[in-house]
Design a protein around this ligand. Sequence first.
Ligand code: HEM
Length: 340
Amino acid sequence: MHRYGGLMARAAEGEIERWPVGVPVALWPRMQAITLEVIMRAVFGITEADRLERLRGVLRTMLDWTTQPRRLLALAALGPERVQSKSLFREALDPVDELLLDEIGRRRDDPSVAERDDVLSLLVQARHEDGRPMSDAELRDELMTLLVAGHETTATALAWAIERLVRHPDKLRRLTEEVEAGEDDYLDAVVKETLRLRPVIPIVVRRLTEPMEIGGHLLPAGVSVTPCIHLMHRRPDIYPEPERFRPERFLERPAGTYTWIPFGGGVRRCLGASFAIFEMKTVLSTVLARTRLEQAHTGSERVKRRAITLTPSGGAEVVVGRRTAPQRGGPRPEAAPVGA
Ligand code: HEM
């Protein structure tokens, strides 16, 4: 995971440099730009500027198209097979498919693929149990899954972290000081508390394969149950004063496997949880080392549902000031860049 540290920090630095100073700016789309860059480099393994530029363009169009609530409903109603054939959907998807299949072809032909550590290179070398390599279509589907599952979720969690921190200047100050001192504990607690109080995804869904008793009700096999992340994270017996943003609670007591579940749980728990936590810590450290942030408006931003994610209603609007000299906590020079 630490191999990706330098790459994540550089993606954040490049984006932070473009943030306007002294005026309200919504950080949620800015965080999306960072997480998209990280996926294109760490997962797809693309580093050449012109290919990144082309992919960035078609991915943005596709992501904007597919994450509009109205369209998501249509996708859910039609089901994947029928959606695949709809020309409107194909218009957004075909250019992405084309570029991804081109990248897959290049990676298959790359004689140094074994030395690369981006996810696509690892998948190209993976084998099914019977020894077969993954097909182009399988590889493309894996890349798309990682992109869709990992890009907006992590950006939203980062936006919420900033939204909560600027409304708690004492916590922001403590975090800045500890990050400057090269310490990780409070940063880890801030990430956990953000994901507790503002879980990006409110529920997970499971279908029972056998009867199960839940809360005194016997549910038959075949029933769908939806463990609610939001409600679990607000239980006052587990989290006293559950509405308060208090990262210290995770310094006092470790996060419980069954009570802190922003990434779901069990065999279908989020595959990218470690990646997301590491990315959140790296991006937050880099932001704190280079900027001074203040809230743009008083009052908390409301939780707004956008397709399946819960986002800050104002896009996490802040006023950015620059710090003069780069502080500790920014990119660590020893972190090896990936493919760059
Ligand atoms: C803060 C960021 C993230 C949050 C809050 C999040 C949350 C979740 C949740 C709640 C699930 C469903 C788990 C369940 O049903 O038990 C999930 C699944 C998944 N996530 Fe994430 N995720 C995040 C980032 C990522 C990243 C960065 C990646 C990959 C690069 C990723 C890849 C996946 C995949 C592949 C699945 C499906 C796993 C399966 O069905 O086996 N996620 N995520």
